[in-house]
Design a protein around this ligand. Structure first.
Ligand SMILES: Cc1ncc(COP(=O)(O)O)c(C=O)c1O
Length: 450
């Protein structure tokens, strides 16, 4: 996709600002190829070095990426677009399985808890009483300990969700240009964040049991300064790190005690499988557990455990910026954790997601389609032509997320989220997926009216 936008400027900063303005306005869309360095330099009457410096600056901030022999192009989700601009709504009449969101109908209702909080949190909190809320930290410590997270000598803190924790962890430990091992395919937001921090992602392949041992070994050999792994409900494949896999991964990491190991256990109370941790004393480590999936993304709270130095850095960074997570939100999480009816709602959601996933995977298997989805709310389907598959799915009434958002070196595929489904949708969805990937067992399908 060539760019039809007049890039301007005499110096590197001006040229970079001009490209960024085009990206922000949407005139240079995601995926667009920028003009080759020499071509733009001639057009603008500047030295090639000046354009190269502009492109380098944009690359370090995650706006553009190098596409090998294809030159430089805008990243699929550069960190300068507004969320509204990025979110393409599913066409009317399609069921939107593209979001990766938990089902709203399965989230606990907050109203009664907020009412309770209105009484118990009546006393204003000032700067002096702020920070991680002791009661929340104490409860989190017990919950982590119950899952064998090595919290005995660990510090705990609270951030505004997982990405906030990851940004502070990576930003305080690493320098621009450092390599970070990330799952491939992996969480699109993390891949974008790594690019925006000027870090270099090093892809670690994933199978149903988590990051592969060889993949992690290669990442360590390549000198990664940190690795980020998802404990359960990996996004997009649903992988869940098994106890055996964790043992072998720990063995690989033992040779690299300086590497920061970050575990993202965002499935938390929704997880069906037991947690198998990788990190622990003797290295920098952190395990984050967001409340977004079981209790609602809008709460913006994650609990983070780790070694004293790592957590002190996270808190130090936070103190210089947003300060702390509002104690009102932290106390709301305490209320959620203490309420037996909330626990029952979360248990119900866990059961329903598992039922939906297993029904979809069986229906796909019956049509000769192998898909991944060992845990969580997402399934991943490999296909040779990702764009065509996404379009076919849309034509058949289902919006799915293109694999390009999640892939570094992984072959094409797409992700669909089971959360919006009902069991009665499963057979029709499986027919559509089989048609989209051209499975031999596909039934003839016509467009859906829903
Ligand atoms: C892998 C992964 N980690 C964490 C989260 C939750 O992020 P946050 O806590 O910032 O809402 C998600 C949400 O989709 C996710 O897919």
């Amino acid at each position: 996709m060539p760019v039809h936008y007049q890039i301007e400027g005499r110096g590197a900063a001006e040229i970079a600002a001009s490209v960024e303005a085009g990206v922000r306005a949407g005139t240079i869309p995601p995926g667009a190829a920028l003009p080759p360095v020499r071509v733009l330099a001639t057009e603008l009457g500047v030295a090639a070095n000046t354009v190269a410096a502009a492109y380098k600056g944009l690359r370090q901030r995650g706006v553009v990426e190098t596409a090998g022999r294809n030159g430089t192009r805008v990243r699929p989700r550069p960190p300068v677009t507004s969320r509204a601009a990025r979110r393409v709504p599913a066409p009317p009449g399609t069921v939107d399985l593209s979001t990766g969101e938990p089902a709203r109908r399965l989230l606990p209702r907050l109203g009664p808890l907020v009412q309770r909080l209105a009484v118990s949190a009546d006393e204003p909190v000032g700067y002096a009483g702020s920070g991680a809320w002791p009661e929340l930290i104490a409860l989190a410590r017990t919950r982590f300990a119950a899952d064998d997270v090595p919290v005995a000598d660990a510090a705990l803190t609270v951030t505004s969700g997982t990405l906030d924790a990851l940004e502070r962890l990576l930003g305080s430990h690493l320098r621009p240009g450092d390599r970070v091992g990330v799952e491939d395919p992996g969480w699109a937001n993390l891949i974008d964040l790594v690019a925006a921090l000027g870090l270099e992602p090093f892809p670690v392949p994933v199978d149903d049991e988590g990051p592969t041992v060889d993949g992690l070994r290669r990442a360590v050999a390549a000198g990664v300064a940190a690795v980020v792994v998802t404990s359960r409900a990996q996004n997009p494949t649903g992988a869940s790190i098994s106890a055996q896999r964790a043992d072998r991964l720990r063995h690989v990491l033992a040779d690299a005690p300086e590497v920061l190991v970050i575990e993202d256990d965002h499935a938390a109370e929704l997880a069906e499988q037991p947690l198998a941790t990788l990190a622990g004393p003797g290295r920098p480590w952190a395990l984050t557990r967001s409340v977004s999936k079981p209790y609602g993304p809008d709460l913006r709270v994650a609990l983070v455990a780790g070694d004293q130095t790592t957590i002190a850095r996270v808190e130090g960074r936070m103190r210089l910026g947003s300060g702390w997570v509002s104690t009102l939100l932290q106390r709301l999480v305490v209320e959620l954790w203490r309420d037996p009816s909330v626990a029952a709602t979360v248990a119900g959601a866990k059961h329903e997601y598992a039922q939906l996933r297993s029904a979809v995977l069986s229906a796909l298997a019956a049509r000769g389609v192998s898909a991944q989805g060992a845990s969580g709310i997402n399934c991943w389907v490999s296909t040779s032509d990702e764009s065509a598959a996404v379009v076919t799915m849309r034509d058949l009434g289902w919006a799915v997320a293109p694999g390009s958002l999640f892939r570094l070196g992984t072959p094409p595929g797409f992700r669909f989220t089971v959360a919006p489904l009902a069991l009665s949708d499963v057979e029709r969805l499986a027919d559509a997926v089989a048609a989209a990937v051209g499975a031999p067992g596909a039934n003839p399908v016509v467009g859906l009216s829903r």
